[in-house]
Design a protein around this ligand. Structure first.
Ligand code: NOJ
Length: 739
């Protein structure tokens, strides 16, 4: 692995910093912070307030920019800049601006800084919030060392549509799983105290409903009824609020006719009045100026007015607030109290982060290469994110004694692509599956041909070389999928197939008759029915980050058992989308068995099954698990009470491994139709061959509540409950909720 260069702060600057660094540091209480804000406030001009509400790309630290910082033109910068440049700008803000208000630096650290962890969707596939927290902690430490105080993460947009490229950045389709992951990341970034030198502020984004983009087309409008908004889309945002997230980012999309970035219903009524959030809200990139093309603001002044009134405290990149704030106040269109509230929210977080004190004044250490511990966390998380989807006759793991292995495919040795969307870490530190397999088996036993230049390559020119290698090998591992640029922002797709000529490559390689293992690396659920049919085993690897190659090699060679589970439903074809497990039933539920299976007038398609290719929660192991003895502790639960649900889970195979035990419920009748299943809890358990464990979940009646409009209600009635290996299986019990 190549060493990354440290970028130390200049000596002179360091001396200047130390000279002004306060001697005694102590965390301020909330009341002390409000007093400090009051003291600043009496001195602040309208311009200085508008400056605090403005965020720009860092760009060059030119003389002009330095002058702007002295004038208090900007409250925040994001993206770019070396640690030394950021320190210099901060020094100017603290020492040379009239009020000495520090800047807050943001950055898109989405799944790691120098150490790239799996994409968030892959992290969600681990179903291991504690490990996700540890990864976010590493990301915070590496980020803080570069002088950045705030990450625009976690993204917690629930997504039911894999066409949407940003599904890669979130935690999938389920509100409970996404909430656990979001909270884990918030805790990891923010640590025990925001003020600690290695803590950074988190940002819950994109608030709200962004993942419901119609047609999976990025930035698209959304129509979400209030009960669904609150039960599903807002759940991780509310959980993050409870976990103390410092900031929110308002989304690009229009939500029920009002752009999210001017939507007082979600930003003021829900976030402030109901959830009592007292940090700040930043707009997404130029989202305030975009109120105009949305058809919600007539011009830039109107956009500023509606953004501030709507509840967005800080404007990212566009400059409507700065350009018109003063005139809007002078003309009495804008209540100055709204401006003051926004600025107070921003200053509160700057104080909580300690930017006026030690953290603002001490020079950042500068970027450093990933530590061994960081890489170990990355390897563990990558390994736990891998989902085994098919394993016919124990095709995997490959025996270490396999003679010659042909490694084929455009993703086998593509370091940049394996990092995924929003990768900050350098590609040259990534270890690819090819490198890892060569290391594990010895270079002479691994032959390699990509077959295609990249995942989109349509040419068959290099097929013959690849097929020739396959013919001479004992087994083939095909690394297929999508390059990084095909998922993430502005990367929606109308087709979910393996792009380029990958299907044709699979067909030709399979014709050799050699055992074929398919590994798919992608930022979204793809449809790959044909490839799976031709392979003995399919391993879904997402984009697994810096150390993804060794993690994949470990699983292929049986040094680790796969234990990831799908955080999102995989469709058979794009025509089934949206398809998700926690759907409502219809009056005509379909069936795969019995006389109903022949009934045409059911809720299904003529040309494809109604079931998904792989259900939510699904994933195989190298062992087998059995579930038995589902027990509900009482036939009834009182509203306000709780009961336990348990099952015996046994490792019935020959390999020690983790199982992710999942708890689902269904309320059979209510005043609003309820989903056919809802995940309520899950637990990763480790079992040796032959070992059996009773897994017990406590279910509180509050977990059975749902929204009727704004109201959270408990409705007595009959509940089914499953302890299950995935959303389509499991043993059922039942209980009744009573008053
Ligand atoms: C736009 C993206 O939607 C958002 O997620 C990101 O944080 C900002 N750009 C800043 O880069």
């Amino acid at each position: 692995m190549k060493a990354m260069r440290n970028r130390p702060i200049g000596e002179a600057l360091l001396a200047a910093w130390l000279a002004v660094a306060p001697q005694v540091m102590r965390a301020a209480t909330p009341a002390e912070i409000e007093k400090k804000i009051d003291a600043l406030f009496v001195k602040m001009t309208v311009e200085e307030k508008l400056g605090q509400m403005s965020q720009a790309l860092f760009g060059d630290l030119s003389d002009g920019r330095k002058e702007e910082i002295r004038r208090g033109r900007w409250g925040s910068f994001f993206g770019g800049g070396t640690a030394a440049q950021k320190a210099e700008a901060q020094h100017i803000a603290l020492q040379e601006s009239r009020l000495g208000i520090p800047l807050i630096y943001g950055e898109d650290v989405i799944h790691g800084k120098n150490t790239t962890f799996p994409i968030p969707l892959g992290q969600a596939a681990s179903w291991d919030p504690e490990l996700v927290r540890q990864a976010a902690r590493v990301a915070a430490q590496e980020t803080a060392a570069t002088g950045t105080h705030w990450t625009f993460s976690p993204m917690m947009d629930i997504a039911r549509d894999p066409r949407w490229g940003r599904i890669a950045e979130g935690f999938g389709e389920d509100p409970v799983l996404a909430s656990r992951m979001a909270v884990a990341m918030v805790r990891g970034y923010q640590g025990d105290s925001l003020e600690a030198a290695d803590s950074i502020a988190a940002c819950a984004k994109h608030y709200a409903g962004y993942g419901a983009a119609e047609g999976g087309r990025d930035y698209n409008s959304t129509w979400i009824p209030e009960n669904l908004l609150r039960d599903l889309y807002l759940a991780p945002f509310q959980a993050s609020r409870e976990a103390g997230v410092a900031t929110y980012m308002s989304a690009f999309n229009d939500l029920n006719g009002v752009p999210a970035s001017a939507n007082a219903f979600i930003l003021r009524q829900i976030l402030r009045d109901e959830w009592k959030f007292d940090g700040f809200v930043v707009s997404d990139y130029t989202a305030i100026a975009e109120l105009i093309p949305h058809g919600y603001a007539a011009d830039s002044a109107d956009a500023a007015l509606k953004g501030i009134r709507g509840g967005v405290d800080m404007e990212m990149v566009s400059t409507d607030y700065w350009d018109h704030g003063k005139e809007l106040i002078a003309s009495k269109q804008l209540d100055p109290k709204l401006l003051d509230e926004a600025v107070r929210n921003i200053l509160r977080i700057k104080f909580q982060l300690g930017l006026f004190d030690a953290k603002g004044r001490q020079p950042p250490a500068g970027a450093a290469p990933p530590t061994a511990a960081a890489l170990e966390t990355a390897r563990k998380l990558a390994a736990e994110s891998l989902v085994l989807l098919k394993n016919q006759n124990g095709a995997l793991p490959l025996a270490q004694s396999v003679g010659t292995l042909a490694v084929i495919g455009p993703l086998a040795d593509s370091p940049r692509d394996q990092l995924g969307t929003w990768a900050n870490g350098p590609a040259d530190t990534a270890i690819t599956p090819l490198t890892a397999l060569r290391e594990a088996l010895g270079a002479s036993r691994v032959v390699y041909a990509p077959g295609l230049k990249n995942s989109r390559d349509e040419s068959h020119d290099e097929f013959s070389l690849a097929v020739g290698l396959a013919r001479r090998a004992d087994a083939v591992v095909l690394f297929l999928g999508e390059e990084a640029a095909l998922s993430g922002e502005a990367s929606s797709r109308a087709y979910l197939d393996l792009p380029g000529a990958q299907e044709a490559l699979v067909n030709e390689v399979a014709q050799t008759g050699k055992p074929v293992i398919v590994v798919i690396m992608a930022g979204r659920p793809l449809t790959f029915h044909n490839a799976a049919a031709k392979a003995g085993a399919v391993l879904y690897a997402w984009h697994s980050g810096t150390i993804g190659g060794p993690a994949i090699a470990d699983v292929i060679l049986g040094k680790a058992a796969p234990s990831g589970r799908l955080p999102v439903t995989f469709p058979r074809t794009v025509g089934q989308v949206p398809i998700y497990y926690n759907h409502l039933n219809t009056g005509r539920p379909p069936s795969e068995t019995g006389p109903e299976a022949q009934d045409k007038f059911r809720w299904k398609y003529l040309d494809v099954s109604f079931t998904p290719e792989y259900p939510f929660g699904f994933g195989l192991s190298y062992t087998t698990f059995s579930y038995g003895n589902t027990t509900v502790s009482a036939p009834q639960m009182r509203v306000g009470g709780s009961l336990t649900v348990s099952a015996e889970v046994a490792n019935t195979g020959g390999v020690e491994a983790d199982e992710v035990v999942q708890l689902y419920i269904r309320e059979l009748a209510a005043s609003i139709s309820r989903p056919v299943r809802e995940l309520k809890d899950f637990r990763r358990v480790h079992l040796k061959p032959g070992e059996k464990q009773t897994v017990t979940f406590t279910l509180e009646s509050s977990e059975l509540e749902f929204h009727k409009g704004a109201q959270l209600v408990s409705e007595p009635g009959l509940f089914q409950v499953w302890v299950a290996p995935d959303s389509s299986a499991g043993l059922r019990g039942q209980f009744e909720l009573v008053r």
